[in-house]
Each structure stands twice: as structure tokens, then as C-alpha cells.
Design a protein around this ligand. Structure first.
Ligand SMILES: [Zn+2]
Ligand SMILES: [Zn+2]
Ligand SMILES: [Zn+2]
Ligand SMILES: [Zn+2]
Length: 873
């Protein structure tokens, strides 16, 4: 550590001395009733949002080819976009087919242009392969199954009776997605779901579901039940007149039907509601405090005239070494927005599923990404609107459903199982073509044949462009006016690296793309793909024949799709969100980052990679925002980390992961580590220590020696790595104990792990920090805020050492600390921690982000506290 220079005299301190001669301050005014109510309501019921350990090792905006949690010592890093490729069985099948091909055919494939590859693929995809693919599709069913619907509904009823409304809500949504549109059953699903929504306090959404039930022909005899619910909802929303109207309708209806015993409870409820209504009318409650009234300052944003979605403080450059890239054209300050771009295309990843309830069942009750997020806009789903044709696509609103249908889903709907089997990259490739429209696709494919040389070797055409003169004219992807837009043309010009992909990979992509186009043709969807008609609700005929030759138009589509598949390996951007784990009913809500979707962002793709980037990327729905994470001076390149960050991995691991992008990273830290032999920070900090004297252990080979010469202890690396793995297992077990509510045992186990770790891990090891973080989480769960804060502060020290004090990781940790201090009533410390967290997180996520909003609400709540409480802390 560098010794700090002595502090300059502090003017504020001098001022506070003067203050002593002033008369003592007046006693604080008695707290107002409103302030006390407010304090009681907001404190200490606030939940802590816990980002689990892995988030601290993750780049916020990484490319789709990267593993989610970057590798720690001993953990293997997955090199390719495993999740995005077709299922393993299909990959194995095409690999066998490839191996059996004659050498001449292999050579043809290896050197084929995209145009020729598609033609070759059409010949090589045999009916056996197509049959195998159809069998694989049976495992990923996306059609509607009415038996599944009634089963899900029963499960939902069961959860509802147990008071598990969140689980019931999800199960009713699953049921609704399997019911046939317009059937009385689907209306019952919506009505049941509205009951769960009412219990969860989502009154507006509850009303929407009731309207949905009514519009789908809800049975008349059950109507009173729903009308009562509607009245209750309106009452809660203070819409008294409407509530009264509903109650009148209800009364006349019951009078008409005659009183039956089943109606008695309802009548009782009705009279209760009427009493409530009367009360509300007599003494209306004060208007609700305006929620979300705390707004961050609006961001300054001036769009670039040449690059849509980019800030005016950037300019587009092109050279042989770096290709297209963005450079600061003026000095940029941290937190400044540099790119704001809506994805040209994005496809939801099916993802892992979350358990909704335990037990083995015929149908899966777990919630996947498809159950949790809108198929089109990626917004979180509460009461989803199911697609009318399949059980897979679920939307946040009817508008989203209609838009998706219009733009692409009418073509994709019946292909759901095939697209799930062939993976997200195939799906993105198809949707890209559908969004672009056939006219544009065929224009650019045609053009690429003539300008093939230019396009294929965009790297080679390295005529230096002068910025002032030609502007961005002549840079691939720019229009004739020199504009670079987030458009299909820009996307089409992203490099496919046709020659650099392995021929096997090219073969796999080609066969997959051809298989999709063949099914489009067989299912009678060709006209829809070519935008020649817009079919309304008629289920496309199922296909039998698949051997038909592809039409020339579909071959053009296949060629564009193949280009996009190959481009995706280098350009696919992962859209991530923080997902809440578990039921979320405790004091601490566990969150983890999940890969939500894979997308093309043509402007974001202009940013080159660096292992020590100067920007940070965040997402909101399908929009990405790039912000400067540090000062960038005019003329400097703007860089983005694709995943391998120097704080998380050693240079060898980084380079291995980056090889999928066909370049060797020459960033500052890579050069330092590779050429000057500077040891990576990761290996220095995450090192083993001597069991005898705790000094650092050194050595590249299997035998490690104590760096303290006097000690001269040695140990085998394998042995120490084994102990590390064992330790990680123990920590996992402790977290499992916490999950099942055995907090005391979890603490004991974690403390034992800490003791053990101290004998062989350096005190700065990331795992040491993670254990502190876990301990803090357990204490927070128990409501022992002081103890939680003590452990979290230790974790923060280690995080700051690894990632830097202004890193997003440090920001997340400070956010947690702020919540703990808030709940623990440590007011002044909470306020200063909120300030620090706000400063860091707004640089990375902007002033409008959910986390900043949460921090500001906490701050507002604390500053409204009666002053005598404030002074006690
Ligand atoms: Zn939506
Ligand atoms: Zn559908
Ligand atoms: Zn690098
Ligand atoms: Zn030693």
C-alpha cells in the first residue's frame, strides 16, 4: 500500500469548532403523527435484497458465449455458447454424419461460401436426420394439452387452499396457457387467477383478469363470485362509485336467481362489503402518498447525428487492426450514457426452471423463463396472456401478444418445439429474418453475392479513412448518407467469419438452418415468411412430406439465417436480469443473475473487448445502456468487456475464452501479464498461504514453497486445491442449511469453514470474502442486523481489494449493507452508506435504475424519521 499523504486542514472541522460558542440548539419538535406512521410502516419491515456470491464475479453486460459466473480457481470455464446451440443429441448426430462424409465433400463444405453451404446442406440433410429431429422435438412440447391444463388448475387450487398464492398464480397461468382459447375452461383459469391476485394485493391486474374471464365466456352461474371479487378490488382501489354499481348489479342478480344456500356466504360477504363501502364514503382516507415520486435527475443525452443510439460524444472509426470501433470525441465523465439501443432482435432463453412446488409429477410445475418473462418485451410477468396457438409463448399484455404475432410469432408458433430443440441461436437467426422482412433480406443477400469479396473480408479492406473528409461513408453497415443505424443493414454487415469457424460447426449450423426452412415449407408457412399474406387464426397444416426441395426464396432465407448463426458466435449479446430465488417471503430475498435472452445490438456490437473496460452495460427490458465506468479522455477508444475480466480470471483463461471470437486480446492488462510477466492480480490475491507462517505460497509447478525464506515449508498444489474444493462443498452445504431454515447450523458450519480456510488461503482470497457475505446473509435472515453488518463490512473490504472501490461489485455489497443498516436502525451510518452505494451504482446503472430508486426511498424514509430518534443513533 502507498502511504497516504497527511490530510490537509479540514475547513469543515474548523467551522464545527466555531459552532460551539453558539447557543445550544432548540429541543427537537415532537414527532408528527404522520412521521411516526410513516416510520412504522416503512421500518423495519423492509426486505433485504441479497445478491448471492456469484454476482460478484460476473460482468454485468457480457456476450452470450460467456459462462455466467466467471471461473474461479479450480472451476472449469465453458468455452462456447453451450446453451445457445442445438441440443446435444442433434449435435452428436450431425457430428457422426460429418465424420462419415467423404473428404472431398468436407473440403467443399470447409471452403464453401454461405450460398454454396446452403445448397450443399440441402443435399446432405437426409430424411433419417429429419426423422431423428422430429423425435427429439417430442421432448420439448409447446402445443396446447387440455389434460395438462386441468391438471395444472387442480394443482393451483391445492396451492390456493394452502394459502400459497404466488405458487397458485403461476400454476393457473400454466393452466391458462394449455387451455383452448375461448373455451369456458380458460375463463375459469383467469377467474381463479384473479382470486390469487386479489390475495397478493395486485388489484389492477386482478381486474384485468376478471375482464379476461368475462370476455372468454365465464359461466353465468359462477358470475356472482367474480362480481364480488371485482367489487372488493374496486373498493381497495378507492373506486367507490364503480364498486357501488357492481354491488347493485350483484344484488339484483342474486334476487333474480333466488337465494340458494351457496349464495348465503356470498350474501354475507356482500353485506360486509357494503359496510366497508359506507365507511369509506363517510371518511375518505387521505390520498395515497405519491409513490415513485422520488425521481432521479434526468440524464443529459444528446444523440449522435451519424450513429443512431450513440451519444454525440463518440465517433465511429475503422482501421485494419480494430475494425469498426467507437472513440471518444470529447472528454467523458463516469456515469455518462454512451449508447442507448433497443435490441434489433431478442429471443428469450428457456433457461433453468425454478421449483414452484416439490414432488414428481406428470407435468413440470416449475417456472421457466417462459413463465416468468414476456416472450416479446422481456418484462416480468404477473398474470400472463397466453398465445392462442401454443403453450410456450406468454405475454405481459394483449398488445404484446398481437405485436409479436404480427411481426414473427405467426410463423414461429407451430415451430416452437423445433426451435427449442435447435437452440436460441437458430431461433434468433430465424426471428432476425422475419423482423427484417423478405424484401430486405433478399436485397442484401443478393448484394452480398456481388460484393462478396468486400463483405467477407471487411478486415482486409483497410483503406485508412480520414474522419473529417469521408465521415463514416464507406464503413461497412453505414447507409449511403454515412449513417450507422441499429438496422438490419448494420446487422447484416457484422462479420460472420465464415472462413474461421470450424467446418464441423459450419456443418451443424447449415443443417439446422436447412431443417428449419424445410419445416417452414412443409408447414405451409412459406407465404408468411415471404410476407405474401398475413394468415389470421388458422392452424397451419401439419407436415408429412419433408423431402421436397427448398424453394429458391427459402434458400435465400436459409442463407441469411446461416450468416446470422455464424455472426451470433461473435456478436450475440446476453441480456441478464437479477432474478429472485425462492418464495421471497422472508426478511432476506435471495437474488441471482440469470441469462434472460440472447440479442443482436448492432451499435453495441461496435464496441471492442477489453479485459479492463472503461464502460459498464445494463439492461431494461430489451434495451441496453452503455455508461462510462471511468473518465475517458477525447481520442480514447470506448471498450466493453465481453466476459473475461482481469479481476476475475488469469490471462490464460481469458485468452482461451476469447478465442471463440477469433482474436487475441491485446488490451493493457493482457499485454502486461503476457509480455512483462506481471503476475495477474487474481493469482496473487487468490493464492494459498503457508500452513505454518501464513506467508504466501509461491511456485508455478505442482510443489509450492513458502515465500518466507526462513520458513521453507512446501506443499503440493494438488493437495491444496483438493482442500479448496472440499471447502467449497462445505460452504454449499451451509447454504443449503440456510435454505431449509436451519440458520443456527448454517452459522456453525460457516464459522468452521472460516477457521479451516484461514489455515491455507490468503486472507484476501475471494472465498474468504464470500464466507463473510454468507454469514452476513444468515444473520440478516435472523434479524441480527449488527452482526450481519459486521460480517458484510469484512466482505466489502475484500471485494474492494479485488474489484476496486468504485466497481459494480462494491456497489452491490454497499447496497446490501445499506439495507442491513436501515433495518438495524443505524440511521446515520445507513445514510452515509446509501450515499456511497448511490454514487457507485448510478455510474453503472443510471439514476433511474431499480436499485437507485430503492436507495432513495430508504433515504427519504430515514430523513422523515422524527428527529429525536435520529439523535439517538
Ligand atoms: Zn410484453
Ligand atoms: Zn404461439
Ligand atoms: Zn485482455
Ligand atoms: Zn511459511
Amino acid at each position: 500500500m502507498v502511504p497516504r499523504p497527511p490530510l490537509p486542514p479540514n475547513p469543515a472541522a474548523a467551522k464545527s469548532c466555531c459552532r460551539q460558542i453558539l447557543p445550544p440548539p432548540l429541543p427537537p419538535p415532537p414527532p408528527s403523527a404522520a412521521a411516526l406512521r410513516h416510520a412504522a410502516r416503512h421500518r423495519p419491515a423492509r426486505r433485504c435484497y441479497w445478491l448471492s456470491g456469484a454476482v460478484r464475479r460476473k460482468c454485468p453486460g457480457f456476450r452470450a458465449g460467456m459462462p455466467l459466473g466467471a471461473a474461479m480457481e479450480g472451476e472449469a470455464a465453458l468455452p462456447v455458447a453451450v446453451m445457445a446451440l442445438p441440443v446435444a443429441e442433434w449435435q452428436a448426430r450431425t457430428a457422426r454424419l460429418w465424420a462419415a462424409l467423404e473428404t472431398a465433400v468436407k473440403e467443399r463444405m470447409a471452403t464453401a461460401s454461405l450460398h454454396d453451404a446452403v445448397r450443399l446442406g440441402c443435399d446432405l440433410l437426409r430424411s433419417e436426420e429429419e426423422a431423428a429431429l422430429r423425435r427429439l422435438c417430442h421432448r420439448a412440447r409447446t402445443d396446447k394439452e387440455p389434460e395438462a391444463a386441468s391438471w395444472y388448475r387442480e394443482q393451483g387450487n391445492r396451492e390456493f387452499k394452502r394459502g400459497q398464492y404466488q405458487a397458485a398464480l403461476r400454476l393457473y397461468s400454466k393452466a391458462a396457457s394449455h387451455e383452448l382459447p375461448g373455451s369456458p375452461e380458460v375463463s375459469v383459469c383467469f377467474a381463479n387467477r384473479s382470486a390469487a391476485l386479489l390475495h397478493l394485493g395486485h388489484f389492477e391486474v386482478c381486474l384485468e383478469d376478471i375482464a379476461r374471464a368475462e370476455s372468454h365466456g365465464y359461466p353465468d352461474r359462477l358470475l356472482p363470485k367474480v362480481l364480488l371479487r371485482k367489487a372488493e378490488c374496486l373498493l381497495c382501489l378507492e373506486r367507490l362509485q364503480e364498486a357501488q354499481d357492481i354491488l347493485k348489479v350483484l344484488e339484483s342478480k342474486i334476487a333474480l336467481d333466488g337465494v340458494m344456500t351457496t349464495h348465503l356466504t356470498r350474501l354475507k360477504k356482500l353485506s360486509q362489503l357494503k359496510v366497508k363501502l359506507g365507511e369509506k364514503e363517510r371518511c375518505p382516507e387521505p390520498a395515497q402518498e405519491a409513490r415513485g415520486g422520488i425521481q432521479g435527475e434526468p440524464e443529459v443525452w444528446e444523440e449522435n447525428s451519424r450513429i443512431s443510439g450513440a451519444s454525440s460524444s463518440l465517433s465511429l472509426r475503422f482501421d485494419a487492426e480494430r475494425g469498426r470501433h467507437l472513440v471518444a470525441s470529447q472528454d467523458i465523465v463516469p456515469g455518462q450514457s454512451l449508447v442507448k439501443e433497443e435490441a434489433f432482435v431478442s429471443v428469450l432463453c428457456p433457461g433453468d426452471s425454478l421449483p414452484v412446488q416439490d414432488g414428481d409429477t406428470a407435468w413440470d410445475t416449475r417456472a421457466t423463463n417462459a413463465d416468468l418473462y414476456c416472450h416479446r418485451c422481456l418484462r416480468q410477468l404477473l398474470a400472463s396472456v397466453p398465445c392462442q396457438g401454443c403453450s410456450y409463448a406468454k405475454y405481459c399484455s394483449q398488445d404484446c401478444a398481437d405485436m409479436a404475432w404480427q411481426q414473427y410469432h405467426r410463423t414461429e408458433c407451430s415451430l416452437g418445439a423445433l426451435l427449442l430443440t435447435l437452440g436460441v441461436f437458430c431461433h434468433v437467426a430465424l426471428r432476425t429474418v422475419l423482423l427484417a422482412g423478405f424484401a430486405e433480406v433478399s436485397r442484401l443477400v443478393e448484394w452480398s453475392h456481388h460484393g462478396d469479396k468486400n463483405l467477407q473480408n471487411a478486415e482486409a479492406r483497410c483503406k485508412p479513412l480520414s474522419d473529417a473528409g469521408a465521415g463514416s461513408r464507406g464503413i461497412p453497415g453505414c447507409g449511403s448518407n454515412g449513417q450507422y443505424q441499429s438496422s438490419y443493414q448494420a446487422l447484416f454487415h457484422l462479420l460472420p467469419h465464415t472462413e474461421q469457424h470450424s467446418p464441423e460447426h459450419k456443418f451443424l449450423c447449415t443443417l439446422s438452418v436447412v431443417a428449419i426452412c424445410k419445416q417452414l415449407q412443409a408447414a405451409g408457412l412459406e407465404a408468411a415468411v415471404l410476407n405474401q399474406e398475413s394468415p389470421q387464426w388458422s392452424k397451419p397444416k401439419t407436415y408429412e412430406k419433408t423431402s421436397d426441395e427448398l424453394s429458391p426464396e427459402l434458400k435465400t432465407v436459409a442463407e441469411a439465417m446461416l450468416r446470422h448463426m455464424l455472426q451470433l458466435q461473435c456478436n450475440a449479446q446476453a441480456i441478464t436480469v437479477m432474478q429472485e430465488l425462492g418464495p421471497g417471503d422472508g426478511a432476506v430475498v435471495d437474488k441471482k443473475p440469470v441469462r434472460l435472452a440472447t440479442a443482436f445490438f448492432p451499435v453495441l456490437s461496435l464496441l471492442n473487448h477489453s479485459c479492463c473496460p472503461n464502460t459498464s452495460v445494463s439492461f431494461s427490458g430489451t434495451a441496453a445502456t452503455v455508461r462510462a465506468s471511468q473518465p475517458i479522455s477525447s481520442g480514447q477508444e470506448v471498450l466493453h468487456c465481453y466476459g473475461p475480466h482481469w479481476c476475475r480470471m488469469k490471462v490464460a483463461e481469458r485468452q482461451q475464452l476469447l478465442s471463440q471470437y477469433f482474436f487475441e486480446c491485446r488490451c493493457r492488462v493482457c499485454l502486461e501479464e503476457l509480455e512483462s510477466g506481471v503476475k495477474s492480480m487474481v493469482s496473487i490475491r487468490n493464492s494459498f498461504c503457508c500452513p505454518k507462517c501464513q506467508a504466501q505460497m509461491q511456485g508455478e509447478e505442482n510443489t509450492l514453497c513458502c515465500s518466507n525464506e526462513a520458513c521453507a515449508t512446501s506443499a503440493s498444489r494438488d493437495h491444496l486445491s483438493g482442500r479448496l474444493q472440499e471447502l467449497q462443498q462445505q460452504i454449499k452445504k451451509a447454504l443449503e442449511l440456510l435454505r431449509v431454515g436451519k440458520a443456527d447450523k448454517a452459522i456453525k458450519m460457516l464459522l468452521k469453514c472460516q477457521m479451516d480456510a484461514g489455515t491455507f488461503l490468503s486472507p484476501e482470497h475471494l472465498l474468504m470474502g464470500e464466507m463473510e457475505d454468507h454469514l452476513a446473509q444468515v444473520y440478516a435472515t435472523l434479524g441480527e442486523w449488527q452482526e450481519a453488518a459486521r460480517h458484510l463490512k469484512k466482505s466489502i473490504e475484500i471485494v474492494e481489494m479485488h474489484h476496486g472501490p468504485s466497481s459494480v461489485e462494491a456497489g452491490h455489497e454497499l447496497f446490501k449493507l445499506a439495507q442491513i443498516l436501515f433495518n438495524g436502525f443505524a440511521v446515520s451510518e445507513a445514510l452515509s452508506t446509501i450515499q456511497r452505494a448511490e454514487g457507485i451504482l448510478s455510474v453503472h446503472f443510471g439514476p433511474q435504475s431499480a436499485q437507485i430508486q430503492e436507495l432513495q426511498e430508504m433515504k427519504a424514509c430515514l430523513s422523515e424519521l422524527p428527529r429525536n430518534i435520529l439523535q439517538r443513533t
